[in-house]
Design a protein around this ligand. Structure first.
Ligand code: PGA
Length: 253
């Protein structure tokens, strides 16, 4: 049995006080939801305030990115150990917006994943095709490429401490959610690639795969009922406590 994992990716939204308000409300709404792992991913500037607000709560905190070097002359970057220091247990890596606007590559995803794992952070490794890839039948090829290269040389222990997020780029922020069947098809592909890569029994079965792309309280239950969909990475609907809490509740059923 894989524990469902619901993460809210706030992207470039919320001041520190707005972030504190949001998690204060969220805490009241989802406290005691033991069967679901709940994560919020605020901006870097709000991490430590959110972490203080969530002290003693079961909600975990993720950063939205990291840099793989430990320290030094890397102006503007934030390392895995600084992210741990600000109260995070998770970090999102390889989000399509980073690939699209900030030059993220499979190679940098792989370096970031290793650096996160070495610091004790759980990476949420994002993969997913663009609309033009899907239209020319390249979904499988692109997703495999992101996954195989992103997790290259991770040990079994490391992959078991990682989460994969399938996020079709055409579904992100567009209101066009993948159908449950479309999501399941790619999630099953991801699990089969993991099974080919990690031959020990059960490794692929234990790794959680989130779906992301316009998940709402209305679409969550059907997506999460698919056998290989183990959670959601939620953007827009995570910016409001009630809608995010409703998605968490959908994961409980
Ligand atoms: P969305 O974003 O839910 O707003 O589509 C999802 C994501 O980018 O993680």
């Amino acid at each position: 049995m894989r524990t469902p994992i619901i993460a809210g990716n706030w992207k470039l939204n919320k001041t520190i006080s707005e972030a504190v308000d949001l998690v204060s409300q969220l805490r009241l709404l989802v406290e005691g939801t033991n069967e679901v792992e709940v994560i919020v991913a605020p901006t870097f500037t709000a991490l430590s305030a959110v972490s203080k607000t969530l002290e003693g709560s079961s909600i975990s905190i993720a950063a939205q990115d990291l840099y793989w070097e430990e320290k030094g002359a890397f102006t503007g970057e934030v390392s895995a150990s600084l992210i741990v220091d600000s109260g995070c247990s998770h970090v999102i890596i390889g989000h399509s917006e980073r690939r699209q606007y900030f030059g993220e590559t499979n190679q940098s995803v792989n370096w970031k994943a290793k650096s996160a794992l070495n610091a004790g952070l759980i990476p949420i490794i994002c993969v997913g095709e663009m609309l033009e890839d899907r239209e020319v039948g390249k979904t499988e090829q692109v997703v495999k490429d992101h996954l195989v290269n992103g997790i290259a040389n991770l040990t079994e222990e490391q992959i078991l401490n990682s989460v994969v997020a399938y996020e079709p780029v055409w579904a992100i922020g567009t209101g066009k959610t993948a159908t449950p069947d479309q999501a399941q098809e790619v999630h099953a592909l991801i699990r089969s690639v993991l099974a080919d890569t990690y031959s020990s029994a059960n490794v692929a079965d234990r790794i959680r795969i989130q779906y992301g792309g316009s998940v709402t309280p209305a679409s969550a239950a059907a997506l999460l009922s698919q056998p290989d969909v183990d959670g959601a990475l939620v953007g827009g609907a995570s910016l409001e406590a009630e809608s995010f809490a409703d998605i968490v509740k959908a994961a409980q059923q």
